[in-house]
Design a protein around this ligand. Structure first.
Ligand code: SF4
Length: 370
C-alpha cells in the first residue's frame, strides 16, 4: 500500500480513500464469498492502474481484470491480415496510427511490409490521410479505421471531407468496434465472473451515460464511468464496492467533468450518418452482433474492403499468445508462458505487448518483479 501511495500526486489525500476501498473490499468479499472481480475496459485505465500500483495494493482483496479496452488488441487477427494484404497491393498507400505498425499478423506486420518496400505511413489523424490523398492523386490512400467510439467520429468526419473534395483515391478499411455490445457478450459468457465494470471515460464521453444504463437495468451489474487519475480510479472502485456491499446495481458517472448523460450528440450524429452497426469479429470474443461499424450504402464508395476485395487465408495468431483470453478476463499477462521471455516489447508476439495501451505492455513496464 505504501508503494502505491508513493505514486500518487497527493498521497495524503489518497491514503484514506485507499484504506476505505480496502475496508469495503473486505465487506464485499464477505458478501460474495470471494474477492469481488471488476473489469476495466479501457487501455488507458489498464495503464493507469498498473502505473499507480493499484493492482498490487489491492491484491487478494479485489480482482482487477483487464478486458477488451485496447483498440489494437481487440482487432481480430483476420482484420490485421487484411490490412497487411492491402499494403502489398501496387499503387496503394496504407496510413495508420503508430500502434498498428508492429502488431503481428499471421504472416508479418505492417512495419515488416514497409521494410520490404510497401508504402505504409504513420499519421496522427485521419485528416492527415485525407490531405495525403489530395497531395498524391496517383496513389490510392487507405486509412485503417481502428478503435472505439472515441476515434470513429473523426474517421467519419474525414470520410465526409474526402467525399466533399471528391477525392476518388481515398478510402477507409474500417475495423472499428463499439464497446457496449462487447460488455453484453462478456456478461452472457458463463465462464466470465464479473461483479462490475470500470467504464472508459473517453469512449463514454461520446456515448453518454444513458447508453450504458442497460448494464444495471438488464444485467444487474454495477458500473462506474471513471477518469484516469489514480484517485479517479480509486473513487470509482469505492463506488463499485459500495454497490456490491449494498446489493445494488447502478451505472454511475464519476467523470462528470467530461461525460454527459446524452454523450456528444454532434460526434454521434456524424458517426451515425456515415456508419451503421454490423456484426464484428473481436480477438478472443468471437463475432458479436452490432459491435462493429460499416459504411452506410450512401458512402460505400469510401469502403476500402469493397474497393479492393483482398482475400486472406485463415489467420494464424501465435499459438502460445493468450491475448484472446486476456480480452475476456480469463487470464492475466503473467499467466502467459511467453510473457517477458519470448514475448517482450522489443520483440512482441501479440498485440497486447505491442500497444502502449496493451495489458502485457503495461504489466511488463510497471508490474514485473524484475
Ligand atoms: Fe500474447 Fe505476448 Fe501477451 Fe503472451 S505476453 S499474451 S504472447 S502479447
Amino acid at each position: 500500500m505504501q508503494e502505491a501511495l508513493r505514486r500518487f500526486r497527493d498521497p495524503d489525500l489518497a491514503r484514506p480513500l485507499l484504506e476505505r476501498v480496502r475496508h469495503l473490499a473486505g465487506r464485499a468479499a464477505e458478501r460474495l464469498g470471494r474477492p469481488p472481480a471488476f473489469m476495466e475496459v479501457c487501455g488507458t485505465h489498464t495503464v493507469a492502474i498498473s502505473r499507480a500500483g493499484l493492482r498490487a495494493a489491492l491484491r487478494g482483496l479485489v480482482d482487477l481484470k483487464s478486458g477488451p479496452g485496447c483498440p489494437v488488441c481487440v482487432t481480430d487477427p483476420a482484420e490485421i491480415d487484411a490490412m497487411i494484404a492491402l499494403a502489398r497491393l501496387p499503387g496503394v498507400t496504407v496510413t495508420t496510427f503508430g500502434d498498428m505498425m508492429r502488431v503481428p499478423g499471421s504472416r508479418g506486420s505492417l512495419e515488416e511490409e514497409r521494410a520490404r518496400g510497401a508504402d505504409v505511413r504513420v499519421v496522427y489523424s485521419p485528416a492527415d490521410a485525407v490531405e495525403l490523398a489530395a497531395a498524391c492523386p496517383e496513389r490510392q490512400v487507405v486509412f485503417l479505421g481502428v478503435g472505439f467510439e472515441t476515434t470513429a467520429p473523426a474517421v467519419a468526419l474525414s470520410a465526409l471531407e474526402a467525399a466533399r473534395r471528391r477525392l476518388a483515391n481515398f478510402s477507409v478499411l474500417t475495423a472499428h468496434k463499439l464497446y457496449p455490445p462487447a460488455l453484453e457478450a462478456l456478461l452472457a459468457d458463463p465462464e466470465v465472473e464479473l461483479d462490475g465494470f470500470l467504464l472508459p471515460g473517453h469512449a463514454t464521453t461520446i456515448l453518454g451515460r444513458r447508453r450504458l444504463a442497460f448494464l444495471a437495468e438488464r444485467y444487474g451489474v454495477p458500473a462506474v464511468i471513471a477518469g484516469f487519475e489514480p484517485v479517479d480510479i480509486l473513487g470509482a472502485l469505492h463506488e463499485l464496492l459500495a454497490q456490491v456491499v449494498a446489493g445494488e446495481a447502478r451505472v454511475v458517472n464519476a467523470y462528470p467533468r467530461l461525460v454527459r448523460e446524452e454523450g456528444n450528440p454532434r460526434a454521434l450524429a456524424v458517426m451515425e450518418a456515415v456508419f451503421e452497426p454490423v456484426a464484428a469479429a473481436w480477438r478472443g470474443l468471437g463475432t458479436i452482433p452490432d459491435s462493429g461499424l460499416a459504411f452506410r450504402p450512401a458512402w460505400r464508395e469510401l469502403d476500402a474492403a469493397a474497393r479492393f476485395r483482398v482475400e486472406v487465408p485463415p489467420s494464424r495468431p501465435h499459438p502460445g499468445c493468450r491475448c484472446g483470453d486476456l480480452m475476456k478476463g480469463k487470464a492475466a499477462p503473467f499467466d502467459c508462458r511467453l510473457f517477458a521471455r519470448a514475448c517482450r516489447p522489443e520483440r512482441p508476439l501479440g498485440p497486447c505487448m505491442v500497444s502502449s495501451e496493451g495489458a502485457c505492455a503495461a504489466y511488463y513496464k510497471y508490474e514485473r518483479a524484475c
